[in-house]
Design a protein around this ligand. Structure first.
Ligand code: SF4
Length: 352
């Protein structure tokens, strides 16, 4: 059943305990913590053993991610005849909203529920980061960039950003609650319109947070100010930056509708690497439709010259309602062996 508010469901089932399951990205993780805080505020307590309520925040970035999210919801209902499931997130929830005891609210509804929360939660939610004093702070949600391989814009068709002052308040509250590190995350921080470097500067100058780190940092957000802050605050801004590139071939970047080209990648990393204390990670898609061996070689060689210490390698996965899927259906398929070869080569870089 589709819902718009958690309160009446919790009240009607006289629920006392809950467990939360998060799939996918750090933005999802922060949302799961915030929704868990709402359940705590409604009088429920975390119980991973036999809870009355399961909160499931699903993912759909890959076919596998969506399959696992939906499978887990069905398994809970099958294994626990009394529990109820509150399901949200990027998966196609119409696959489960007909199941008795499953209550779904999509991302737009989730945003409405979280709107006035400004990313707040406490360690009462018993998430996996709080015991390390790390606060996962989603400052932005939604994306309208429409990279051609990505399902996210169709699953999060809105743009929200926490105003700078509210972000400073949330982090000051987190510091009061004993957190020492804040992990800045979003669906696309490139659309955090107050500006990522302005946010980092505000948190450095208006809070006592000891360390600021990041989920993924879009290449286009790395401006002069950001690079200067990295130098000015060597102990308070993380030395590791995860910058998803996906490819380094201009033809493939154009087909992906990414917001930068090879020249911009080279220029940005030349500036970043002047700071010897920094290390880098990235996400690379191998086997994007029509990617030739030469174009793959471009990506391999540039990733090697940048010297990434951590590389997440994804084989292209055709997602519904994406432009790239149409290219994929019309183009010659890259063999499994070739995809394996390309994946191994990229992974070998971070091994080096
Ligand atoms: S920036 Fe591109 S990859 Fe990232 S969420 Fe938006 S569409 Fe997806």
């Amino acid at each position: 059943m589709k819902i718009t508010d958690l309160k009446p469901i919790i009240a009607s089932h006289c629920s006392h305990t809950f467990a939360s399951l998060n799939f996918g990205c750090r933005a999802n993780a922060s949302e799961t913590n915030q929704l868990s805080q709402i359940l705590v505020n409604l009088g429920l307590s975390p119980d991973t053993d036999k809870p009355d309520v399961y909160l499931v925040n699903t993912c759909a970035i890959t076919k596998k991610g969506e399959y696992e999210s939906i499978y887990q919801i069905k398994k809970i209902i099958k294994d626990d005849p009394e529990a109820i499931v509150l399901a949200t997130g990027c998966a196609h929830l119409e696959k489960v909203d007909h199941i008795p005891r499953v209550y779904t609210f999509d991302n737009t509804q989730k945003e409405a529920i979280l709107k006035e929360n400004f990313g707040k939660y406490s360690s009462d939610v018993l998430d996996k980061f709080s015991h390390t004093k790390r606060y996962v702070f989603r400052v932005q949600s939604g994306c309208s960039v429409n990279c051609t391989f990505c399902i996210v814009p169709s699953r999060r068709p809105y743009l929200n950003a926490i105003p700078l002052d509210e972000a400073v308040n949330t982090v000051n509250e987190a510091v009061k609650n004993g957190y020492s590190e804040v992990i800045i995350t979003g669906v696309n921080l490139g659309q955090y319109f107050p500006g990522l470097s302005n946010l980092v500067e505000a948190l450095l100058t208006r809070t006592k947070i000891e360390l600021i780190s990041f989920g993924s940092i879009p290449l286009i957000t790395i401006d002069e100010k950001f690079i200067n802050l990295l130098s000015e605050y060597p102990t308070r801004v993380s030395r590791f930056l995860h910058i998803p590139l996906q490819s380094c071939s201009d033809k493939i970047l154009r087909l992906m509708n990414r917001q930068y080209d090879k020249k911009r990648i080279i220029g940005t990393f030349e500036k970043l690497k002047q700071n010897k204390s920094l290390t880098f990670g990235s996400d690379i898609i191998v086997g994007f439709p029509t990617e030739t061996d030469l174009e793959f070689q471009e990506t391999f060689e540039l990733c090697q010259s940048i010297g990434f210490s951590k590389l997440h390698v994804f084989r292209y996965s055709p997602r519904p309602d994406t432009v790239a899927r149409e290219i994929f259906l019309k183009s010659e398929k890259i063999s499994k062996d070739e995809l394996t070869r390309r994946s191994r080569l990229i992974r070998s870089i971070s091994g080096e």
